[in-house]
Design a protein around this ligand. Sequence first.
Ligand SMILES: C[S@@+](CC[C@H](N)C(=O)[O-])C[C@H]1O[C@@H](n2cnc3c(N)ncnc32)[C@H](O)[C@@H]1O
Length: 297
Amino acid sequence: MYHNPVLLNECIEGMAIRPNGIYVDVTFGGGSHSKKILQKLKEGQLFAFDQDADALGNKLEDERFTFINSNFRYLKNFMQLHGAVPVDGILADLGVSSHQIDDPDRGFSTRFEAELDMRMDQRQHLTAKSILNTYELNELKTIFSLYGELKNAGRIASLVVNGRNQNEINSTEQFKELIGVCAPRNKKQKFFAQVFQALRIEVNEELASLKDLLQQSLEILKVGGRLVVISYHSLEDRLVKNFIKTGNFEGKLEKDFYGNPNMVFKPITRKPMVPGEDELALNTRSRSAKLRVAEKI
Ligand SMILES: C[S@@+](CC[C@H](N)C(=O)[O-])C[C@H]1O[C@@H](n2cnc3c(N)ncnc32)[C@H](O)[C@@H]1O
């Protein structure tokens, strides 16, 4: 299976779909969310983005559906190009699909020996391998610290720099062996997952793309339109939460001349929704999911 959808019904409910509205699924993947959205539409339209060309294979054959093989950070431009603004709802199910993780050749997984790639978009040049072999010590330290939330980021970065002076770092196993001495004895798997996550975020510029997406969502949504976002780690969720609350990423609520808060969204979910026990039992990859829904004011 390409990807087992997460919080599917909750997302569709959160979208509060208008049958003749314009909707965007900015993370198409296996297309399960898109399929459900289409079922709710009559004369509406659905646009779907995915930067991974593999997702194209799941394209829906329906004249109301348009697939755009691009990063969602160009959302506004593409929607304008299609003459499809403003929109009624935007769905983002962030991160990577199971298809991407389970394909050994993509280099996302700590489980397989593979070249260190980790690009969601195969057209881009930057890979995990080029980062490890060319970034300065301090840049590497920042990535491991900020994106992996690793306490020993400096030591990991030093091991990488010393290691690559001996031999170019090419593969997942070679990399794991190099930094393995930093892994806490009983938490090796978690440690490697955090390191790989940090590299993946850097390769795909995930946080910068998410910021662009959120800002452009606000610009192209109709008043009363819905923003629905599933995030999978705290760095993403913090950006989504702050932006919904305040319209900026710092979470600082601006007030107008009279002291009234300048709200841009009405939060529909006060607290993020998470998968229930039944979903968790069926799909362990849903365990870190957090869903937030907001309506443009
Ligand atoms: C978690 S999966 C989405 C799964 C989908 N909702 C489903 O049920 O099949 C995330 C997908 O979004 C894509 N993606 C992630 N970040 C993206 C970005 N910045 N621009 C475009 N696509 C992105 C990935 O390539 C991946 O296919």
